[in-house]
Design a protein around this ligand. Structure first.
Ligand code: DOR
Ligand code: ZN
Length: 346
């Protein structure tokens, strides 16, 4: 049996939803993670400080007493966002970051931004006060192929923002392509990226080969193997510009196994085991701590966690629950398609 002890991890991108789903999924994250950035794409979205405060209260109620876990709240940027109120919320410490969803890019993004120029004054304010901008980096132009939407976003929107505001702290979230890896590597220290376990584990074959697989549908969509390899190489290298943002995104199975299935993969339950297995398979288990516990907090100017966790490699595959059941509705847990031998010592 092998064991490693690492600083307690943080997850810099989670979806907790609300009400019964929130109650079921928060413990799956708070069990192993010390902190997480919570996405604001509820219906309706979190656009004010008051909404963020109220949402945080609901999250805190769902954290089991035995877990020490801190949710960091975000505001959903719209073209009519109030700069003064956003600044106040950040300075009060109630809101940690703002999220940019191009309108229509993904789940619950209809109130997002259509014209980036409209929010440039807000982004200027954010750059001045040091407030992080989190980006779903895909264009929404119907003429652009879904597999090219991230690359196109780099060349157009992201380049536009960075030319004007190089001092703005940006996280390009859930990157999926070799072009994003290069773009981040070539940029200044203010631009970093998060990577999900599912984009490290799967390529686009996992969507289509042997039949359509709605549970592997997420956005940005899975890409070719060459892109997955680029993500693996950079994540397992220890490069401080890249860190975990799981994008754990629960949807009921009946909403995914549908004529128009929802995008999102729920991976909180086995996230760390999947990552440990992938890092181990690529002979880089020694770099896991950088990716899950160090690089993100360093970028956000936070101290690393004082607590630690121990991961154990078993001789036999570790079995996880396959689904969460909520009033007889199921949320399926991510299947990475590889055997998992790593688990967290309780
Ligand atoms: O797959 C995704 N699901 N990607 C996103 O950007 C949003 C998320 C969700 O909210 O379900
Ligand atoms: Zn997300």
């Amino acid at each position: 049996m092998e064991e490693i002890k690492i600083t307690k991890p943080d997850d810099w991108h989670v979806h907790f939803r609300d009400e019964i789903i929130l109650k079921a999924v928060v413990p799956e994250t708070s069990r192993h993670f010390a902190r997480a950035i919570v996405m604001p794409n509820l219906i309706p979205p979190i656009v004010t400080e008051t909404q963020a405060i109220e949402y945080k209260k609901r999250i805190k109620k769902a954290i089991p007493k035995t877990d020490k876990f801190k949710p960091f709240m975000t505001i959903y940027l719209t073209e009519t966002v109030n700069r003064k109120q956003l600044k106040e919320a950040y300075n009060n410490g109630t809101v940690f970051a703002a999220k940019l969803y191009p309108a229509g890019a993904t789940t619950n993004s209809d109130s997002g931004v259509k014209d980036i120029k409209k929010i440039m004054p807000t982004l200027e304010t954010m750059a001045e006060i040091g407030m992080p901008l989190l980006i779903h980096g895909e264009v929404t132009d119907k003429a652009i192929d879904i597999f090219d939407r991230e690359k196109k976003f780099l060349d157009t929107t992201l380049e536009f923002i960075r030319q004007r505001l190089p001092q703005l702290k940006i996280t390009l979230e859930h990157i999926t392509t070799k072009e994003s890896v290069s773009y981040i590597n070539e940029s200044n220290k203010n631009l970093v990226a998060s990577i999900t376990p599912h984009h490290l584990a799967l390529n686009r074959n996992a969507l289509f080969v042997g039949g359509i697989k709605p549970h592997n549908y997420c956005l940005p969509i899975l890409k070719r193997e060459i892109h997955r390899k680029a993500l693996i190489n950079v994540a397992t290298s220890g490069n401080p510009k890249f860190f975990l943002g799981s994008d754990t995104a629960p949807h009921f199975s009946h909403d995914k196994e549908s004529e128009c299935g929802c995008a999102g993969i729920f991976n909180a339950t086995n996230c760390l085991s999947v990552l440990a297995q992938i890092f181990d398979n690529y002979k880089s288990i020694d770099k896991l701590e950088n990716f899950v516990s160090i690089n993100g907090s360093t970028h956000y100017g936070l101290k690393k966690n004082k607590q630690s966790i121990t991961l154990i490699k078993e001789y036999k595959p570790v079995l996880f629950k396959k689904e969460l059941l909520i009033n007889s509705n199921s949320i399926k847990v991510f299947d990475p398609g590889i055997k998992l031998f790593w688990k967290i010592k309780s």
